[in-house]
Design a protein. Structure first.
Length: 443
């Protein structure tokens, strides 16, 4: 019995690919072990977006090797690609992003050479971990599935390493997407998240060889007569690619949830220019205004970077004010991290760690305030939640469940275990005192 273990760092796309890799290995007859258990091979599905993500991969490798010195460790994905020919301690195999589709064969060969696998043939032909259909067999809970519809980016934002690593653009053909959604919904998933590195750049050809873009894809998903009901969430969209017609489509379709993750990165026009983002501060404000105008209480979330080279207190203030004034529900805060090879890496006037930390702390406080404001606006409103897990039991023996609503609010409510993975109608009562989320009751 050959055992493998896998861990993933980084984005949703990487998480999607972990499921695909796990399915490849288990279909080939491997048995999956936890990261803390003994295994023949450990795969670190890595990320290179920040220095911290790379440090984490090295720490994981060192901790595994100390416990299981005989094992093989494979570093796969973005960090392995960024390293190029460079080698790091404890890593036996390097699998670049572009070679992820060969990961099973590469690992098998190494295990065979080591003598762990005398003569090992995959039970099924090894598929492609980058773009394979049928990648979701490995999902453990059947509530929310990520469907990778797009890969690659050529936008070259000045701080971002991704275009140097995932530079082959891929868009899954529309008929495959329909097939995947149908299959996932039949498997019991009630929510499917359309994921990619840059999904607004989704672009392919239809059966008549005409251009077929992101908006057409959304329209097709909206109209297709799927067998089972489910809901669709978009993972993230760039402001420049968000049109009023997409907003209206989401508003009018019962399938799409009213949640928009629109990356801001900076509220300063000067910094946006240096970042080489494809939109201006004014355009960003306009797009958020369009969402607000068309959809009542849409959940608007974002990403923001603090401490980009030369970011002055005034630039930061522009970001702070914009986040404060617009109708945000939530945002993720990242401290700028220098990535060798990017344009920002060679920029002067780097911001010190203490300053970045302070700006980040200010935004965390603001984020907390915005979360509470959004919860309060939702108090007393109906919502549909997908029950994800039982978090406790009341003294009278009732299950307390949690799950996310269509507006991505985590809701806590009393119910029954058979509700798990189902869409349940609730009324949001008030922000929870003990958890990040809202208390609710069934209706
Ligand atoms: S759009 Fe910009 S930030 Fe996003 S992956 Fe592409 S280069 Fe990176």
């Amino acid at each position: 019995m050959i055992k493998f273990a896998i861990t993933t760092l980084g984005c949703k796309v990487n998480q999607c690919e972990e499921k695909q890799i796990s399915a490849l290995f288990t279909n080939a007859g491997f048995v999956q072990a936890g990261l803390k258990d003994a295994a023949d091979i450990y795969i670190i599905n890595s990320c290179a977006i920040t220095r911290e993500a790379e440090n984490k991969a090295r720490q994981i490798a060192s901790s595994i090797k100390r416990r299981f010195p005989e094992c093989l460790i494979a570093l796969a994905g973005c960090y392995a690609t960024r390293l190029g020919c460079e080698k790091i301690k404890y890593i036996d195999l390097y699998i670049k992003q572009s070679d992820k589709d060969k990961i099973l064969d590469i690992c098998l060969r190494a295990l065979t050479e080591k003598g762990s696998v005398p003569s090992f043939l995959p039970a099924e032909p090894s598929g492609c971990a980058n773009h394979a259909a049928g990648p979701h067999r490995g999902f453990s809970s059947r509530t929310r599935a990520q469907l990778k519809i797009q890969d690659g980016c050529k936008s070259f934002c000045s701080y971002c390493i991704v275009p140097y690593i995932r530079n082959i653009e891929y868009s899954m053909p529309p008929e495959n997407i329909i097939g995947e959604i149908e299959r996932l919904s039949k498997e019991g998933y009630s929510e499917i998240v359309l994921t990619g590195i840059h999904i607004g750049k989704y672009s392919t050809l239809d059966i008549y060889s005409n251009p077929f873009g992101f908006e057409q894809l959304l329209k097709m998903i909206d109209l297709y007569p799927f067998t089972r009901e489910f809901r669709i969430r978009l993972s993230s969209i760039d402001p420049a690619e968000l049109s009023e017609s997409i907003i209206l489509l989401i508003k009018n379709s019962p399938r799409f949830v009213p949640h928009f993750h629109v990356a801001l990165q900076s509220g300063s026009e000067r910094i946006l220019n240096l970042m080489k983002r494809a939109y201006s501060r004014t355009e960003f404000i306009e797009k958020i205004g369009l969402i607000k105008k068309n959809i009542e209480l849409a959940a608007i979330t974002s990403d923001v970077i603090v401490g980009f080279p030369s970011e002055t207190p005034e630039d930061f203030e522009d970001t702070y004010k914009l986040l404060d004034e617009l109708e945000f529900y939530d945002f993720h805060i990242f401290q700028y991290s220098d990535r060798p090879g990017t344009r920002a890496y060679s920029m002067e006037d780097k911001i010190g760690a203490a300053e970045k930390k302070e700006r980040s702390a200010k935004l965390h406080e603001l984020k907390h305030k915005k979360n509470r404001m959004y919860y309060n606006k939702n108090s007393g409103r109906e919502a549909f939640v997908i029950a994800e897990k039982i978090i406790s039991t009341t003294p009278s023996g009732r299950a307390v469940l949690s799950g996310h609503t269509e507006r991505y609010i985590e809701a806590f409510f009393e119910g029954t275990p058979d509700m798990i993975a189902k869409i349940v109608r609730i009324k949001l009562i008030a922000p929870s005192e003990s958890n990040d989320g809202m208390n609710a009751v069934l209706i």
